[in-house]
Write a protein of this length. Sequence first.
Length: 246
Amino acid sequence: MTILVTRPSPAGEQLIVRLRALGRVAYHTPLIEFSPGRELGSLSELLSSLATGDLVFILSQHAVNYAHRTLHHQSYPWPARLTYYAIGRATGLKMHTLSGLPILYPPDRETSETLLELPGLQNLAGKKALILRGNGGRELLGETLAERGADVSFCECYQRCPVYYDGSEQSSHWQRAGIDTLVVTSAEMLQQLYTLVPEYYRTSWLLRCSLVVVSERIATLAQQLGWQEIRVAENADNDALIRALQ
């Protein structure tokens, strides 16, 4: 097994180090990189507008990092009067470590669907909800919270930017390296990878690779694009990805 990890830094590099320590052959080619979001400057103002018991949703560790750094520079602590939710365990623990506050998150999968199953999110009449996220992404969480009665607002804490590669040159390099297993952690990156690889390499190599993804939704997209050997990790963190690769 020769593994290509496409997840961004630093998590992608950390996964590579761990795989190589286990004796695996693994390469890292991040498909996206991150920069500060356009709405970070208004985060403290948005938090100030929330009343006791209103909700804050953190959708990734990148959102935590960029938001916390900004608030720290402004000497503005995370308000303890609010109820905080994270998309999953890793994001929740990161937020708890930085803020010292209790964070609620689903016990298993890191998806909007499992987050929305939590008991405290079923009836939200009269509540405000602030969602901290990257640019773009799914609208399911915001739409569902609004349907359940919440007044929803967003703060773009970071931007995802595609990393440019020459598709033909990169595909040739990957194929020569003997890559036969791909790790892809978002639908956006899966589509980007598929589009990057020219049709010749797509049919002769890419779609023949084994694919490890982090949700059933991404697995469904992979099937639609033409992959046949697909494994779904229990979660989006590196521990779960290593288990799926073993």
